[in-house]
Design a protein around this ligand. Sequence first.
Ligand SMILES: *[C@@H]1O[C@H](CO)[C@@H](O)[C@H](O)[C@H]1NC(C)=O
Length: 140
Amino acid sequence: MRVLNLLLPILLIIGIVSCSSNVYYCNSNDPNNYCKDVIITQKEIGNWNQGNRGGAEYTQWEVTLENKLDFSLTQFYILRDYTLKIRDRKSIWNVQEIESTNNLILPTYQNSIGSKSNWIFGFILQDSEPANLTLEAISF
Ligand SMILES: *[C@@H]1O[C@H](CO)[C@@H](O)[C@H](O)[C@H]1NC(C)=O
């Protein structure tokens, strides 16, 4: 009985750890590179010069992340760089920024992206160029 008392919590912990999803780092040299079936596209929604900001030019972008895999994604890690010049803190939606790693990830209110489904997010950037977004890793 004593052994069982000791063993049960250990088995429970092993179970929890093996259930948690793994992170796959995109690797174009890997023949099974899952990231090639996760497509990110940016579409221009509008471009304007904003009078109350000294006529500065802004562009709104809609980003679609398409999961063409046969299974759900529980997370994505998009690497962003200096080209993601967001107008202000309120000018990005449906995606979460992780400053410490320069990643954009799925917001906490969304658990997954189903197989053959899309996740759409957006932002308003300075100037007229799209941001350089690179898929770095996924979880499933
Ligand atoms: C975009 O970002 C990737 C990853 O950081 C980098 O390898 C690539 O050179 C960048 N492209 C441009 C045009 O800056």
